[in-house]
Design a protein around this ligand. Structure first.
Ligand SMILES: O=P(O)(O)O[C@H]1O[C@H](CO)[C@@H](O)[C@H]1O
Ligand code: HPA
Length: 277
């Protein structure tokens, strides 16, 4: 799923929203239980994923499966309520395809969000974590086999989450009074949650939060030269760190519980985003 397919999808979306629609200042993907931000978009055109050429259908509960074009804090944005995961049977390249479409629509900034398990022992459900860096333990890379002329062949990953955007996210958190931690996100394939031993291993490796998404998307964003920033919503303590059993229902509930903070944070961040970043 490369640039050609992304252009076809972007052309379809432009045709749905009309030629006068301004280029988005950013593209946002909303993770499990975090789709409520979509309702904050003003004058939104909502397009089901199934209508977008090249998009499969979202199969995960808590992912509405809609692409929205509208304004947030008076800034033009494109938001995806839902994403594609590799555990749904998709190749890494397809999991990251929406980012190519956001790029083809002209978004210079990619904002990822996700639900994640807290590996750092002081984390609890409802905490928000700015992603400082990630570990790709999915052992898949969305750029494998890519011959896209626009792709950086060997993307530098020494700073995948843009320094300036992270500073802006911290500043936005202060403005809206939302506590924001910062740490390392680790992407695993899923769909099983981790075993307690795996969580102990991740902890020793320096992981703060664990999930099953985001990494392929950010790799593609970097390959395309987009600036990326990402926020994890800690929906549970990772396996073995509490007596609770893990369930996706709990993940979604916790996501909804922190939605107010999350939405305020992202809205303020978008409000402060420069026009051409
Ligand atoms: O990363 P998002 O899509 O937010 O969802 C997270 O929550 C689901 C597990 O409950 C997994 O899909 C995991 O990746
Ligand atoms: O504990 C978790 N592990 C992996 N993915 C997740 N998504 C939400 N919580 C978790």
């Amino acid at each position: 799923m490369g640039a050609g397919a992304a252009r076809v999808a972007a052309d379809y979306i432009r045709q749905r929203v009309g030629p006068a629609a301004p280029a988005p200042v950013c593209g946002i993907v909303l993770g499990s239980g975090l789709g409520g931000l979509a309702d904050r978009l003003v004058d939104a055109v909502r397009i089901p994923f199934s209508h977008v050429p090249g998009f499969p259908t979202a199969t995960v509960a808590g992912h509405a499966g809609q692409l929205l074009v509208g304004t947030l804090a008076d800034r033009p944005v494109v938001a995806l309520a839902g994403r594609f995961h590799m555990y749904e049977g998709h190749e890494a390249a397809l999991a990251a395809f929406p980012v190519r479409v956001l790029h083809a629509l002209g978004a210079p900034v990619y904002i990822a969000s996700n639900a994640a398990g807290g590996v750092r022992r002081t984390f609890s459900a409802g905490d928000l974590m700015l992603i400082a860096d990630h570990m790709n333990l999915m052992f898949r890379n969305p750029l494998i086999g890519s011959t896209e002329p626009g792709d950086e062949r060997f993307p530098d990953m020494s700073d995948p989450y843009d320094r300036d955007l992270r500073a802006r996210m911290r500043a936005a958190a202060q403005v809206v009074g939302v506590p924001l931690h910062e740490g390392v996100y680790c992407g695993l394939l899923g769909p099983t949650y981790e075993t307690p031993s795996e969580v102990r291993m991740l902890e020793r490796m320096g992981v703060d939060a664990v999930g099953m998404s985001t990494v392929p998307e950010v790799i593609v964003a970097r390959a395309l030269g987009m600036r990326a920033v990402a926020v994890s919503c800690i929906t549970n303590k990772a396996a073995g760190l509490s007596a609770e059993k893990l369930s996706h229902a709990e993940v979604m509930e916790a996501g909804k519980a922190v939605a107010g903070h999350f939405e305020a944070l992202i809205t303020e961040f978008v409000r402060q985003l420069p026009a051409a970043s």
